[in-house]
Design a protein around this ligand. Structure first.
Ligand code: IPE
Length: 256
């Protein structure tokens, strides 16, 4: 049936403004969608984001800047890793009774950004795979850094065989928009030569927000046929994309 790789955005599965607050309803709905797709025979990989389980404390300890001389950050690294594990456990639990294989980036990834080093072969084993944005070890002088789930989406989508869909489920937006205010309209089909509007709350978000996602998706669509941004609050839209090839959302296509 092919492989579906989906991102559960951190802003979708948590309340982004309140530390370590999961959105259990959204997690449950997304899990039901995965359980349905698994029954249909698809291979599935879930990459989940961090939301308020990662960004707030990572910003506080400046983990996105790597090791900073004179600042005690090891406590922050341990704290964010523990919080991410907590969120990860909630995601894994939601997928019961599926056979879930968990991949913690701190255990198999070295360095961050799109060129991180990792063996991705274990994602081919049978079962539903779950991984996530994390704090990973890096070469000196950084020593550590934040690996975004969007970079995992890029590498898994482009390097694993038989990937048919790469779907970014986001919170609070139906897809890419023409404008960030209430006059904004959904862009149904987008390529990287087109404009769009996005807000990146640098003071909260330690990874790249919508801009990183759009950039990574533009690469993925060179390799994967169905690349989409959807509002994950309507998990049924993910099913529509897989079953009918379309839904409300933004389809990302190669530029002409
Ligand atoms: C961020 O991962 C990881 C940490 C802050 C530890 P993502 O970039 O994938 O997270 P979201 O989706 O923006 O929350």
């Amino acid at each position: 049936m092919g492989r579906i790789i989906m991102k559960w955005g951190g802003g979708l599965i948590s309340d982004k403004s309140s530390v370590c607050t999961p959105n259990q309803q959204h997690i449950r709905n997304l899990a039901q969608c995965v359980i349905h797709l698994e029954k249909l025979g698809h291979d599935i990989i879930i990459v989940h984001g961090a939301g308020s389980f990662g960004h707030i404390r990572a910003r506080q300890y400046r983990l996105d800047e790597g090791n900073i001389e004179g600042i005690e950050q090891s406590e922050g690294v341990a704290h964010v890793r523990a919080d991410m594990l907590h969120l990860h456990d909630l995601v894994v639990e939601s997928l019961q009774p599926l056979n879930v294989i968990s991949h913690k980036p701190r255990e198999f990834v070295h360095n961050n950004g799109p060129d991180f080093q990792a063996n991705l072969e274990p994602f081919l084993d049978s079962g539903v795979h779950v991984t996530f944005g994390d704090v990973v070890d890096c070469d000196p002088p950084s020593e550590f850094g934040i690996l975004s789930g969007d970079d995992l989406m890029l590498r898994l989508s482009c390097e694993l065989p038989d990937v048919t869909h790469s779907i970014f489920a986001m919170g609070g937006t139906p897809g890419l928009m023409t404008s960030s205010d209430e006059t904004g309209k959904l862009i149904p089909i987008w390529n990287k030569d087109m404009e769009y509007s996005g807000n990146h709350r640098q003071e909260i978000d330690v990874t790249g927000g919508i801009f990183l996602k759009a950039h990574r998706a533009a690469h993925i669509c060179e390799v994967v046929e169905h690349v989409w941004f959807v509002d994950g609050e309507h998990a049924s839209r993910i099913l529509e994309i897989v079953e009918f090839g379309e839904s409300v959302g933004t389809r990302i296509v190669p530029s002409q």
